[in-house]
Write a protein that binds this ligand. Structure first.
Ligand SMILES: Nc1ncnc2c1ncn2[C@@H]1O[C@H](COP(=O)(O)OP(=O)(O)O)[C@@H](O)[C@H]1O
Ligand SMILES: CC(C)(COP(=O)(O)O)[C@@H](O)C(=O)NCCC(=O)O
Ligand SMILES: [Mn+2]
Length: 828
């Protein structure tokens, strides 16, 4: 038990979040809990145990563990962290003097066609209501208004785009969210915080020059111009290093994520297909050369396409192409060779010999051609041409990898397949075309990172966690006009979303596997399909900046740790979880609605939540990789995120409370029972209790069934009695030896124990607290670590102080000991 076993180990994000909620295994949730014991001999470990004197030393300051990395990033900087005040005081405040609150919120890339925004928002602590927050703040000795004593950590990176011609919509959006002044959320959180009236916003792209005066006039901000190529490269390098499953190949309709080895990234060719196309040879961070470009790019497709088809939007044009047949427009090899291949030089009859070549016919006018066919010919011509020029440049410099970005690609399967085909065909498979999920945001991200104080450039994998976009409502855009700030609007958008459901949730059509292998494609088969709505088509989630998401350093093998224990790449696994989550949904909605008082408003939100979540599940069933590689943890996270979006801050609130109370009521009897045992038996009972109590997990169907059959203490006892050694992971004998010794060997107590706690109710109260008490009795300091946000019936760090305080009351004899449990508060 003292060790951490496979699949159970939590990730400690250094903002404090315990990220372990994918412990669900079929039918029952895995044991998420863990105990880490730090002995004196561990003085070299990252857990710094210096200066600690078991509870004496009123008024002194004590060093806290230092887990920060180098660099000045918006992360939890634990250096010089100290407990403030008297150690006798319960749950003392931890001061983080080096934690920086400064983070700039917005960067722009204003291109020839589109404006791209990347902005950062802090997490707001929505998990508890104001009254409760106040009590906790009082308990923790946090004074209002002193933001630095209670840092809000972590946040989210959002991605939004507008058409450049609609720059006023963009300015309205920035204004409505007050992004130019540091964001509404930070002001909302603390009205006292100063807004910056002389803000400077980093901006790149030609529009940073063209629209500088307009920004000054409308928003009173200056644009700090960053070079476009610098930004593209910085953005691409950042994404390739920091975001998992950012890059993928797309061949014949098949998307495959490529895990980039960050030590073997350079050199590569970056091709950004915006209005025009830039080709950049990238040799390292900040080391690059723009080696080529072409003026036949995204602007060409959209501009010519609009003129020729009268389409009103880019998406409409792209959708048309899906129903097109280019052989009515393009002159094919077969047209020239009387239906035959020109096999001597490797050209099949269906290969395009001359794009638009058939329109030379003087018998036909524009109106005689179908817009669908024109769009497809144009798309193929431009994509193929870009692929071919890219290959030639890769060849010039001996580059094997070509990454394509820019919004021309728009996650569109046929576009990517055409580019990939051109690269593969001409390089004879030597070079590889890869695409980026944040395709259009490279420049904006680069500009965002150019704020020096961010220092985001050395963020490592795992530090940004991608979560799911809830659809377009948050981004403004085509369907619904202005940005939606208010929940009612989100819900009505959701209602519309569902009405349009099949249209909007249909996956981006895959290209048919009709490649001839001889330089051409057949006509796309995906007739009648529509593209996703603008925003959901971005295929990017909101990036949650979890500033220092680190694998817990005391794991036996931190490098091997993978929190996502179940990979849903296997379709039957995905189907299984789809069914579990779908079946559980009505019950979850009931609980969520009840947790908000069952009002009409709550019911409406519950409905909207169910629709949003179902729509996401449906989309993921069709396109599991829509948001990157999908694991169970992502799916569960999506559910919680979705609940929060519809303002269900803690759906299991009342159940948790009821169970905490019921468990606290039986705790004294349990402790009496434990105290009557011999040391050896007690230790075993304690550990069995920890394991037994972990079945109290509402994510598990078996547990929910059990609940209907007995009281908490009955179930706990029954489950404890059923424990049969050896357990699945059983190192109890070693643990016992370390704790109790044998013969004359009387081991010294551990200095500190970290207990990672999981579920509310019996799990924490009857399982973990008795163990904590045992450790405290031996003089070991105990740190309880818990999630920062609720997930099902998980206990949160915010709830722990109350529970520990209540437990200390009922455990009168040892009550004072409870006071020395430190709660590792996981503050967002
Ligand atoms: N909603 C859209 N409106 C206009 N163009 C779009 C849209 N979505 C994708 N595109 C394509 O993306 C191109 C712009 O890509 P982007 O990388 O933003 O370039 P730029 O920086 O020149 O604006 C357009 O020329 C068009 O081909
Ligand atoms: C001028 C640009 C860098 C502007 O960037 P964009 O707005 O297209 O993203 C780009 O359009 C481009 O590289 N055009 C191709 C010019 C050429 O090399 O022929
Ligand atoms: Mn651009």
């Amino acid at each position: 038990m003292a060790g951490l076993s496979e699949g159970q180990t939590p990730v400690l994000e250094i903002d404090g979040t315990l990220n372990s909620n994918d412990g669900n295994s079929r039918g029952n949730k895995g044991n998420d809990k863990a105990v880490v014991l730090v002995g004196e001999e561990n003085s070299n470990s990252n857990i710094d145990t210096q200066n600690q004197q078991g509870g004496s030393g009123g008024g002194s300051e004590r060093e806290m563990p230092s887990m920060h990395r180098s660099g000045s990033r918006p992360q939890l900087d634990l250096s010089k962290a100290a407990i403030q005040g008297n150690f006798e005081v319960k749950n003392p405040t931890i001061l983080l003097p080096n934690q920086s609150d400064d983070i700039s919120h917005l960067a722009l890339d204003i291109g020839g066609s589109l404006i791209k925004l990347v902005y950062f928002s802090r997490h707001e602590d929505q998990s508890i209501d104001d009254k409760r927050k106040k009590t906790i703040n009082e308990r923790l000795g946090i004074s209002n208004g002193n933001r630095r004593s209670y840092p809000i950590l972590g946040g989210r990176l959002h991605f939004v785009k507008f058409e450049t011609t609609k720059i006023n919509e963009c300015l309205d959006f920035i204004h409505s969210k007050q992004l130019h002044r540091g964001g509404v959320d930070s002001r909302h959180w603390n009205p006292g915080v100063q807004v910056n009236d002389n803000a400077v916003i980093k901006a790149t792209g030609g529009g940073a020059y063209k629209f500088a005066d307009l920004f000054k006039e409308r928003l009173g901000v200056s644009l700090d111009k960053e070079d476009e190529m610098d930004c593209l490269v910085a953005g691409a390098n950042f994404l390739l290093k920091a975001i998992r499953h950012e890059a993928f190949t797309h061949m014949e309709g098949q998307k495959e994520f490529v895990q980039i080895d960050t030590n073997d990234l350079f050199p590569y060719l970056l091709v950004n297909i915006g209005s025009g196309v830039s080709m950049i040879k990238v040799d390292g961070d900040g080391k690059f050369e723009r080696v080529s470009g072409t003026n036949v790019g995204g602007g060409t497709y959209w501009g010519l396409g609009r003129l020729l088809t009268k389409c009103k939007s880019f998406d409409e044009l792209l959708e048309l192409s899906q129903r097109g047949d280019n052989s009515t427009i393009d002159m094919l090899v077969g047209d020239i060779y009387g239906g035959m291949d020109y096999s001597k030089i490797g050209l099949s009859a269906s290969t395009i010999a001359s794009s638009f070549g058939k329109t030379i016919s003087d018998k036909k006018e524009l109106a005689d051609y179908r817009p669908e066919d024109i769009s497809l010919s144009l798309l193929r011509m431009i994509s193929y041409n870009i692929g071919q020029i890219s290959y030639l440049n890769a060849l010039r410099f001996g580059l094997k990898r070509i990454f394509f970005g820019g919004f021309f690609i728009r996650g569109h399967a046929y576009t990517m397949d055409t580019i990939s085909f051109a690269v593969q065909f001409w390089s004879k498979g030597e070079a590889q075309a890869m695409f980026l999920r944040h395709e259009g945001f490279l420049g904006a991200l680069g500009a965002f990172m150019s704020y020096e104080k961010h220092g985001l450039d050395d963020l490592m994998v795992h530090q940004l966690v991608e979560r799911f976009p809830m659809g377009a409502p948050y981004t403004g855009g085509r369907i619904h006009g202005p940005p939606l700030g208010d929940l009612n609007e989100k819900i009505s958008w959701m209602e519309k979303f569902v009405l349009k459901g099949t249209e909007i949730t249909a996956p981006v059509p895959m290209a048919p596997s009709g490649t001839t292998g001889l330089g051409g494609f057949e006509v796309p088969l995906s007739k009648g399909s529509t593209l996703r709505s603008d925003a959901s088509a971005l295929n990017v989630g909101v990036l949650h900046l979890v500033p220092t998401l680190e694998v817990f350093p005391l794991l036996a093998d931190p490098k091997m740790y993978e929190p996502n224990t179940i990979d849903l790449a296997d379709h039957s696994e995905l189907e299984y979880w789809f069914t579990v989550l779908s079946e559980h949904l009505p019950d979850l909605v009931d609980k969520a609605v009840a947790s908000e008082g069952g009002t009409d408003d709550a019911k409406r939100r519950g409905d909207a939540f169910a629709r949003a979540f179902s729509a996401h599940l449906a989309r993921l069933m069709e396109e599991p990789a829509a948001y990157g590689k999908l694991g169970l943890a992502n799916l569960l996270e999506l559910r919680e995120e979705c609940l929060r979006e519809f303002q269900f801050l803690d759906a299991y609130r009342s159940i948790k409370q009821r169970e905490n109370e019921a468990s606290l009521a039986v705790l004294p009897d349990l402790l009496v029972e434990l105290d009557s045992m011999s040391k050896e038996t007690r230790l075993l009972m304690l550990i069995e209790g920890v394991l037994a109590a972990n079945i109290f997990d509402w994510g598990s169907r078996a547990c929910v069934d059990l609940y209907h059959k007995g009281t908490i203490i009955e179930i706990y006892r029954m489950s404890r009695n059923k424990m049969q050694r050896p357990w699945r992971v059983d190192d109890f004998d070693a643990f016992k030896e370390r704790m109790l010794g044998s013969g004359d060997n009387k081991p010294r107590p551990h200095k500190r124990a970290l207990l990672f706690v999981d579920n509310s109710g019996a799990d924490v109260v009857l399982g973990m607290l008795p163990l904590a008490r045992e450790l405290l009795r031996r003089g070991t300091e105990v740190v309880l670590v818990a999630n920062s946000l609720p997930a099902l019936n998980d206990i949160t760090a915010m709830e722990l102080p109350d529970i520990v305080a209540e437990a200390a009351k009922v455990v009168s004899v040892h009550g004072h000991l409870m006071a020395f449990i430190l709660i590792l508060s996981l503050l967002f």
